[in-house]
Ligand binder design. Structure first.
Ligand code: GLC
Length: 576
């Protein structure tokens, strides 16, 4: 009997393990920062028609899904992450008709379009907030309001409910004179937090999801997931203080506190399951492909794994894996990279799909963070590891950070600080306009001024030059995607990896009946000799170079004896 049962269990398992993967599981996701991608009307700001014009470029390089940072109507205090109308388009970016045309074009090209959903907070200009300020029936508790406490030192003043801090510095509570109460904002004061303890808020957000799903979008990147809920106040309505972290002496710095009451609350994990169930239900009712759920979370690994799901609930398809962004930099050694891979793979239950992110609009560019020598290596790693890859626009050509003066700084994260420390916080350097060619404004805009300056290196670093060059970051990137799309080994093969020494990481993918693929990356500025067969006996004695980084003197299709390979400084090779 026992034996029969295990056979049955096995029979049930086999089809799930070996079934064809769903579109998103090996997808090439690409983040567009709309303000900086392509300006079609010469106002110096990117727009939807610009994106539409460039979709064929993305198709050509092999992108399968595009995630748009917010394009909704917004006062742009946080460049669109402050939404003033969830069902309308920011006029600088175009109209709803432009959006419909963009979606139509994306569908024609077979590129999935993903919206950025910001469910945690709204703009203070959204009518929900205005109604809440005025205690309009049904909206009284849409946001998190509190009386605060009398100030013993000044009777005309009130003190905030507790010590919670905003990510963008200072108290997370703001006094509203009209309503005579404080409201919570975990980011800008112009981004009041929605109150998900009020069921009407979730209903309102589902209505937003439905609006965009009905238009035909392929899913959502859900913003600021860990912040959705705060701890429930006690019976007297008091919110507890958060403890000090000890990591900085600056009491206005968000890192001053440990965010045990404002992040990753159990209800937040439930929220993720509810959103996933809603998307699955939509597909069940309306048919079509899986509507994908990408979740922004920088949480500890054990929490992120809960965002994937548990025994009874599915969560996000892709809870972002930001570990390469947060745990590696120019000083990292091969064992550090290996540890970052292990961190995810050893914690992720086997039924889920891994994902790898190396950059976005909130973090420094890959070539500036790891050093320009590592641009191809990082793209190789991204594309050779199993699961979904997520690329931030411009990383395929190795764009670098732009040094932005205090005067030109526009990011609120920096503007809320001061000229002495703003560089620690600013995200403007990685948000500068995309470099298309060597003409005026790098081909981004015909206008006289762009919203952020263009990188002075644009004549050498741009799409046009890299398309024409014999070797370029763009060619490496494109070849990598092509390999991923054609290689069964990369889609389904086993993963093995090891730091062969302090400076060389090896990643092997293998699948029986299919070619073995090996990545060797030298993360140092010295040449390195490695003996890969001593590590892995399943590596064939000779392999062909499939893709070589721009530093390499080796050519594609060259055969290498792998018993001993010497890599030049920062040379990376994909062998087959
Ligand atoms: C998210 C966005 C970031 C924004 C923040 C607050 O983390 O990625 O760009 O500033 O939310 O709105």
């Amino acid at each position: 009997m026992e034996m029969k049962l295990s056979v049955l269990v096995l029979a049930l398992w086999v089809p799930t393990i070996f079934s064809q993967s769903d579109w998103w599981q090996t997808g090439q996701f690409y983040q567009i920062y709309p303000r900086s991608f392509k300006d079609s009307n010469g106002d110096g700001i990117g727009d939807l028609n610009g994106i539409r014009e460039k979709l064929s470029y993305l198709k050509d390089i092999g992108i399968t899904a595009v995630w748009l940072s917010p394009i909704y109507k917004s006062p742009m205090k946080d460049f669109g992450y402050d939404i003033a109308d969830y069902k309308d388009i920011q006029p600088e970016y175009g109209t709803m008709a432009d959006f419909d045309a963009l979606l139509k074009r994306a569908n024609e090209l077979g590129i999935k379009l993903i919206m950025d959903l910001v469910p945690d907070y709204t703009s203070d200009l959204l009518d929900w907030f205005q109604k809440s300020v005025n205690r309009v029936k049904g909206y009284e508790d849409f946001y998190i309001w509190h009386d605060g406490y009398p100030d013993p030192k000044n009777s005309s003043n009130r003190l905030p409910p507790n010590n919670w801090l905003s990510v963008f510095r200072g108290s997370a509570w703001k006094w509203n004179t009209k309503r005579q109460q404080f409201y919570l904002h975990q980011f800008l004061a112009e981004q009041p937090e929605l109150n998900y303890r009020n069921p009407l808020v979730l209903e309102a957000m589902k209505d937003v999801l439905t609006f965009w799903l009905d238009k035909g979008v392929a899913g959502f990147r859900v913003d600021s997931v860990p912040y959705i809920y705060e701890v429930r106040p006690d019976s007297k309505g008091r919110y507890p203080d958060e403890p000090k972290s000890g990591s900085t002496d600056d009491p206005d710095n968000f890192d001053y506190l440990k965010h045990i009451f404002t992040q990753d609350q159990p209800e937040t994990i439930e929220f993720v399951y509810l959103i996933r169930a809603f998307l699955d239900e939509y597909k069940r009712k309306h048919g079509g492909d899986t509507r994908v759920f990408l979740a922004e979370t920088y949480s500890p690994i054990k929490i992120i794994m809960q965002y994937y799901g548990n025994e009874t609930h599915n969560g996000a398809h892709i809870p972002f894996n930001f570990n390469f962004v947060k745990r590696a930099n120019a000083t990292s050694k091969a064992p550090d990279y290996a540890a970052i891979i292990s961190l995810w793979m050893d914690n992720m239950p086997k039924q889920y799909t891994a994902n790898w992110v190396i950059g976005n609009h909130d973090n420094r560019r890959v070539g500036s963070r790891y050093g320009p020598g590592m641009i191809d290596a990082m793209n190789m790693l991204l594309m050779l590891l199993p699961g979904a890859s997520v690329t931030y626009n411009g990383e395929e050509i190795g764009m670098l950070d732009v040094d932005i003066s205090w005067k030109d700084t526009v990011d609120p994260a920096a503007c809320n600080s001061n000229p002495q420390i703003y560089q620690q916080f600013t995200r403007d350097p990685e948000r500068t306009p995309f470099q298309w060619d060597d003409s005026k404004n790098a081909g981004f805009s015909t206008g006289n001024k762009t919203w952020l300056p263009i990188h002075p290196n644009y004549r050498e670093v741009n799409v046009k030059v890299q398309q024409a060059a014999a070797r370029s970051h763009l060619k490496v990137f494109k070849d990598l995607i092509q390999l991923r799309q054609t290689s069964k080994t990369l889609q389904r093969g086993e993963l093995k990896y090891k730091a062969l020494n302090d400076n060389v990481l090896a990643v092997q993918r293998s699948l029986s009946g299919s070619n073995t693929i090996l990545l060797l990356m030298n993360v140092s500025d010295k040449s390195q000799t490695v003996y890969v067969q001593q590590w892995s006996a399943t590596i064939p004695a000779s392999m062909k170079v499939r893709i070589a980084s721009v530093q390499s003197k080796r050519n594609a299709n060259e055969t290498l004896k792998v018993s001993s390979i010497t890599l030049d400084p920062y040379e990376s090779l994909v062998l087959e």
